[in-house]
Design a protein around this ligand. Structure first.
Ligand SMILES: Nc1nc2c(c(=O)[nH]1)N[C@H]1C(S)=C(S)[C@@H](COP(=O)(O)OP(=O)(O)OC[C@H]3O[C@@H](n4cnc5c(=O)[nH]c(N)nc54)[C@H](O)[C@@H]3O)O[C@H]1N2
Ligand SMILES: Nc1nc2c(c(=O)[nH]1)N[C@H]1C(S)=C(S)[C@@H](COP(=O)(O)OP(=O)(O)OC[C@H]3O[C@@H](n4cnc5c(=O)[nH]c(N)nc54)[C@H](O)[C@@H]3O)O[C@H]1N2
Ligand code: SF4
Ligand SMILES: [Mo]
Length: 858
């Protein structure tokens, strides 16, 4: 052991000089000293390098970053010395390599970061029942053994569930490990939310924009090349979908498409695609869409200027006009009369919308004419514009615009969400990962707490069980599973208050994340470089598999090992809940993975598995015939379907429905696209606030209108700036925020317009204090012409770092400013927040790359 550590240290020195890291932190963070340095190259699944120069293995890049890429590591003498990305085949537009981004390529800086948690630990002033609860987040840590950790957690779990009932345990996150433990002992309270999707979450199916949430709402990437106009309506793939998406869009550009970007920020995507930028105020897209539809109606002449696709509306939708209303609905409630203002006296004119969304009326008319008057248009939105309070009207309006202009269901025409792993490329998955085989244990406690209500449920003892009614809650134990809920959900300050109220908080984490920091007991978890392996999908053309790079670092354990240890301490049989070893589960995923056949319809197993493979792996299974040998898939790390125009894998969203609406109805109650949707309206009456059955403009809680003290006199109020949280390249949400190299590359400023900066009296790089009724934070400003005045861009996910004396956060955590007010069917209002911005007269902020890392020394 000693020799190996020495070797690793020597290696670190030469490696450091070779890479030439300039920052001292970067150098010390590069490689830790531990048994985990000793990567045991598993001959079963490793790729031997014949020259003896090391072994390249596919390493996990497992985060919820909106992409999935191939990452490989070179293991030499048991040490990870280099990383590379996809070079499994030559790159071309039709068959692109799945290249990793800056975060994936710095993955080893995260895995081997000096801040990795080494041992189980408890808070110094914790004792059963909570101890000094107010010190959570601000206490010292004491190292404990795993046995002690399991015993303490089991004892507290028993005490708390016996005293307050199983519903007093709140498990956050959907990961199966801890939820299964708590389900096995009688259940737990869970939470749910709309985090990614915003208002799309519970609207799309009811409206009939069937699979609009993700997979099948838009056409595939090769068909994008048929679009003449591509509208990116609040979408920035160059930041939020790494991998090949920007490259795919560029092929459409090369094929002649023009781009428009409707966004509060001039994005890197808009820049790359040379898009016309239409700056818009956050949360006002519904007003713009309504005014565009008003213009279409106003200027439409079926003979001389056909802008509205009446045939499409009549054949495929209900609720547009009084002649096409569903049974039982008041004909006066039709959408056309709402646009015209027939009954409410307010036509939704460009002049009306302009005052709200900030776009000139002439520009609104121009946009309507262009979208209505172009034959083949891709109307694409990411989830961000719907990640607002009362965002349902936007989802309805955007969809209705696509229907009114008929840009759905034919080549080059699509209207829907283009986001996350499916951005700009939808259709049935051409490869499907197999399941691990572990079952979710049924949860006897049926408490589902909306994420906007979790902290209030803890503090006030009640919540709304959606569609049912109010329920009492007495949460006394928060177990943070696999997420960073305290950081990534609305109103962090309230969350901290809630954490300081309950009797017990536990987190499994590999660094001192926000969840971990405010806990009583923290269990060090292995990263996915230290677990057996997994198969994961990404875009529809790929399946990636990674396998173990090394044993768990320090004393860390995998999520499943932790769950098993807890079950045993609770007197339960771990084997009953987790019947399969982690290796068996990895094997199950490989064996169950499927690939589409050449006909584009049927599927076959991806891996050929021999009796010898099964023996070598030491698992249970049966031999099977597949597309490629198991070893080949594991060694390559990827299987990708080559694509070419005209192949059998193309996809046009809703084409089946367009070809035969009766034979292939969409998911709504009527089977048609519902511009008037009764179901949404009825559901909303049993949820948080009523949603109109048709697309209607509604001011947002904490939206633009609320930045004024007096709207008529246009007098700004206490919190005059709107805040948005672009997903930022330094991080995947909060993940990677602790990597010094990424901090150096992406310094995390707050983006402010030139005009606002002048009014506030600040220069580029100076520090500002942002504040509202929920929180305060400092950030250096980046002054730009590329953001609409009146809005600031505070990147999503910085690790909150509150000074206990002043209450001010120096990291600029977005969720300090977001209200925890569920609206509609329960969506979160991340992009509808507001605050004040002023020059900071205290000590200027040091760049966060220079901050001390959260390294716990015992
Ligand atoms: N204000 C604002 N808030 C937002 C958003 C926004 O735009 N604005 N976006 C929202 C969106 S889209 C999403 S999806 C959510 C994401 O919310 P989260 O899922 O909470 O996001 P992460 O910060 O990535 O948290 C993942 C955590 O899991 C840990 N982790 C990683 N691997 C493992 C593992 O193998 N085991 C265990 N136990 N832990 C592991 C990581 O260290 C990290 O702390 O945030 C939402 N919050
Ligand atoms: N780098 C990075 N990439 C990520 C993630 C990450 O954390 N970091 N997270 C991944 C996950 S889980 C998800 S769900 C996706 C989310 O992906 P997106 O929803 O696309 O992410 P955002 O960056 O929040 O927003 C995209 C664009 O919408 C704009 N926008 C914000 N509010 C509004 C609005 O009200 N109206 C209009 N018109 N535009 C608006 C923003 O300025 C931004 O340019 O990203 C994924 N990709
Ligand atoms: S885009 Fe995501 S999966 Fe790809 S390399 Fe970056 S972090 Fe990893
Ligand atoms: Mo997300």
């Amino acid at each position: 052991m000693f020799d190996l550590l020495k070797k690793a240290n020597e290696f670190k020195m030469s490696r450091r000089s070779f890479i030439g890291w300039s920052s001292a932190i970067a150098a010390t963070a590069a490689i830790p000293v531990s048994r985990g340095l000793i990567a045991k190259a598993d001959t079963n699944i490793g790729l031997e390098d014949s020259s003896g120069e090391g072994v390249w293995k596919t390493a996990a890049c497992w985060h919820n970053c909106g992409s999935r890429c191939l990452n490989k590591v070179l293991i030499k003498d048991g040490v990870v010395v280099r990383q590379k990305t996809d070079d499994t085949h030559p790159d071309s537009p039709d068959f692109p390599q799945q290249r990793g981004c800056l975060r994936g390529r710095s993955q080893r800086k995260q895995v081997f970061n000096a801040d990795r948690l080494k041992y189980p630990m408890k808070r110094k002033n914790w004792e059963p029942g909570g101890g000094k609860k107010e010190l959570r987040g601000n206490d010292q840590w004491v190292r404990i053994s795993w046995d002690e950790a399991f015993e303490l957690i089991a004892a507290e779990t028993k005490r708390i569930t016996e005293k307050y009932g199983n519903e007093s345990v709140l498990v956050t996150g959907g990961d199966i490990n801890i939820t299964n433990v708590m389900a096995e002992i009688g259940g737990y309270s869970a939470c749910y939310g709309s985090s990614s999707w915003g208002a799309w979450r519970w609207i799309y199916e009811n409206m009939g924009v069937g699979e609009g949430l993700a997979v099948n709402g838009i056409n595939d990437r090769l068909d994008l090349r048929n679009s003449q106009l591509i509208v990116l309506w609040g979408a920035n793939p160059a930041w939020s979908t790494m991998g090949s998406v920007t490259y795919n869009y560029l092929q459409a550009k090369k094929a002649g498409a023009r781009f428009i970007s409707i966004d509060p920020m001039y994005t890197d995507s808009a820049n790359v695609f040379d898009a016309d930028w239409v700056p818009i105020r956050p949360g006002t897209d519904d007003a713009l869409a309504l005014a565009m539809m008003y213009t279409l109606l106003d200027e439409d002449d079926p003979k001389s200027n056909p802008l509205v696709k009446w045939d499409f509306l009549h054949k495929y939708t209900i609720g547009f006009d009084r002649e096409h209303m569903p049974d039982g609905a008041d004909p006066k409630d039709n959408f056309k009369d709402y646009l015209l203002g027939t009954y409410d006296g307010q036509p939704k004119t460009p002049e009306w919308a302009s005052e709200i969304c900030g776009i000139e009326p002439s520009k609104i008319r121009e946009l309507a004419r262009e979208i209505g008057g172009t034959e083949r248009v891709a109307l694409l939105t990411a989830w961000a514009p719907a990640r607002i309070s009362n965002g349902e009207g936007w989802v309805q309006a955007f969809s209705a615009l696509g229907m009114m202009t008929g840009h759905m269901g034919s080549p080059g025409n699509m209207t829907g969400v283009s986001c996350w792993e499916y951005a700009g490329n939808m259709g049935p998955m051409l490869l499907i990962a197999g399941g691990a085989g572990t079952e979710r244990v049924a949860n006897a406690v049926d408490n589902m707490i909306n994420e906007n209500e979790i902290w209030d449920a803890v503090l006030d003892g009640k919540f709304l069980q959606r569609y049912e009614g109010e329920r009492k809650a007495n949460i006394q134990f928060i177990y943070h599973n696999y997420n960073n809920t305290l950081q990534t959900r609305s109103n962090i300050a309230k969350g901290i208050e809630a954490h300081r109220k309950v009797e017990f908080v536990v987190t499994n984490a590999y660094a001192l994340t926000t969840n971990a920091k405010y806990s009583d007991i923290v269990l060090p978890v292995a990263t996915q470089w230290e677990t057996e392996g997994a198969v994961k999908g990404g875009n529809r053309e790929i399946l990636i598999t990674w396998s173990k790079i090394m044993d768990p670092l320090y004393e860390s354990k995998t999520d499943q090992e932790i769950a098993e240890g807890l079950l045993a301490a609770l007197g339960k049989d771990p084997k009953k809940v987790f019947p399969f070893s982690e290796k068996q589960q990895y094997f199950n995923q490989l064996a169950g993975s499927m690939v589409v056949k050449e006909n584009g319809v049927d599927y076959e197993p991806l891996c050929t598995i021999t009796a010898n493979d099964i023996k070598e792996w030491g698992v249970e299974g049966s031999p099977q015939q597949g597309r490629i040998p198991l070893k080949e898939f594991v060694d390559q790390g990827i299987y990708q379907i080559p694509r070419k125009p005209g192949d059998n894998f193309g996809f046009i969203a809703y084409k089946d429905f367009i070809d035969d609406p009766e034979g292939n109805p969409v998911s709504s109650e009527s089977g048609k696209f519902e511009i008037y949707c009764k179901a949404i309206n009825e559901l909303s009456k049993k949820a948080y606030s009523e949603i109109a059955p048709i697309p209607k403009y509604e001011p947002k809680v904490h939206g633009y209108e609320t930045t004024f003290e007096d709207w008529d006199k246009k007098k700004k109020g206490k919190y005059p700036y709107q805040v948005i949280n672009p997903h930022y390249l330094r991080r995947s949400h909060s993940t990677f925020d602790n990597v010094p190299q990424l901090r150096e590359a992406w310094p995390n400023p707050v983006y402010i317009s030139q005009k606002d900066a002048q009014e506030i009296g600040i220069k580029d790089g100076e520090t500002v204090l942002m504040s509202n009724e929920y929180g305060q934070a400092l950030r250096p400003v980046k002054i730009t012409e590329g953001i609409i005045p009146g809005t600031i861009g505070l990147p999503h996910g910085a690790w909150v770092d509150i000074d206990e004396k002043t209450g001010i956060d120096r990291a600029g955590a977005d969720n300090l400013f977001v209200a925890h007010i569920p609206k509609g069917l329960g969506s979160s209002g991340f992009n509808s927040a507001r605050c004040n911005v002023e020059k900071w007269n205290g000590e200027p902020l040091e760049e966060d790359v220079k901050w001390e890392q959260r390294i716990i020394k015992f």
